[in-house]
Design a protein around this ligand. Structure first.
Ligand code: SF4
Length: 369
């Protein structure tokens, strides 16, 4: 039995009993379980075994980031809530609680799909008052998760933004991105388009257990190569770096060499960040897969969602020379000309985060999906 199956049977781990009740079958809207308006239907298909898509009609597509946020962008679009990529450490897990769903297996298997996102967005960006500031995609959940193969929302989103002079950044783990690279390249002729690929684990066995729904590292690196061949300066997010799992010199060196060889222009890294929701799920995974590490992690994340200052300083000393050695710093003036929030109309979100990473203090994972 896989650890996640075992955990799903344990209410102490999953938190709620929503799983199983929600998966009510084709066209059976479980409206009573959601604080969601606009629910059209819930769908299960053989191609996505174990996953239920809840199709909703969204009232808006653009989300404004609160002014108090430290995020270096003002607007985001998240066409999906929940993510079948199922990364154990995913910081967005807790957002499923707002839907009366649990942040563990429900997050992986109960995916909300805002099916009208392209149409709603097209109307929003056509308004004369639209500011044409950069829009960040992939800041909460992955826009190229497997559901995108079924719903194809991204082509309409990219087209709407480009047609209305709106720069965009895309951050993903999904190799489905390749489908849209020609479209993104065309968009780049009119607006700034920033592409970032998240690749944290360069050990196939570990990758398959800690990111069980994601494409392989090799496939993601190949996607980086495809984007680079089309002229994109691709950023790779080497995060989260996980203590004693992915922070050895061997692993970091293997990672940075592979990223360099794939044609990426720069790397952003950060130590594991464990918010409530993700923390319980990660600890359950750790207990099953690496019980010897559990006491160490409990100590490190006892008082904070962030890795300790000492660990982050240690990681900085270890990784920064490697980033320089592989020429992946990417902090040229051309890459990061503006860092203030008000200057973001032509600056990719990932670029800003990369600019932070170029400093000696590595950023936490919070800017990521
Ligand atoms: S970390 Fe990203 S890709 Fe992984 S489950 Fe979360 S949203 Fe999906």
């Amino acid at each position: 039995m896989r650890w996640s199956q075992q955990s799903a049977l344990d209410p102490a781990v999953t938190g709620t009993a929503a799983t199983g009740t929600v998966a009510a079958g084709i066209d059976a809207p479980p409206a009573e379980l959601f604080g969601v308006t606009g629910l059209v239907r819930s769908v299960q298909t053989p191609e996505f075994a174990g996953v239920t898509f809840h199709e909703v009609l969204a009232k808006s597509a653009l989300n404004k980031v609160p002014a108090a946020s430290s995020m270096p962008f003002t607007w985001t679009i998240n066409p999906y809530r929940g993510c079948s990529h199922a990364c154990v450490y995913c910081f967005a897990r807790n957002t499923h609680r707002y839907l009366d769903l649990d942040p563990g297996q429900d997050f992986d298997r109960q995916v909300i799909v805002k099916v009208n996102t392209p149409e709603v967005l097209a109307a929003e960006v056509a308004k004369p008052k639209w500011s044409r500031e950069l829009v960040a995609l992939g800041t909460n959940t992955d826009p190229y998760q497997r559901a995108e193969g079924r719903y194809s929302l991204m082509p309409g989103i990219i087209t709407a933004l480009a047609e209305h002079g709106t720069p965009m950044s895309v951050l993903t783990k999904g190799t489905l991105l390749r489908r849209d690279l020609p479209l993104l390249a065309r968009a780049k002729e009119d607006v700034d388009v920033e592409i970032s690929m998240s690749i944290a684990v360069y050990d196939d066995a570990l990758q398959q257990t800690i990111e069980p729904g994601t494409p392989t590292t090799t496939a993601r690196l190949a996607t980086v190569r495809s984007a680079a061949n089309l002229g994109f300066k691709v950023t790779v997010f080497l995060m989260p770096v996980m203590p004693k799992l992915t922070d050895s010199m061997d692993h970091l060196d293997t990672a940075l060499r592979a990223i360099r060889e794939a044609g990426a222009s720069r790397v952003v890294y950060g130590a594991l960040h464990l918010r409530p929701g993700a923390r319980e799920w990660f600890f359950a995974w750790l207990e099953h897969e690496h019980p010897e590490l559990l006491p160490r992690y409990r100590r490190m994340y006892a008082k904070s969602s962030y890795a300790s200052k000492e660990y982050r300083a240690w990681l900085s000393r270890r990784i920064n020379p490697l980033i320089d050695a592989y020429d992946l710093r990417g902090a040229t003036d051309d890459d990061y000309p503006m860092t203030k929030r008000g200057d973001r109309t032509r600056l990719g979100a990932a670029s800003s985060t990369a600019a932070q990473a170029a400093s000696l203090t590595p950023p936490p994972q919070e800017a990521l999906f």
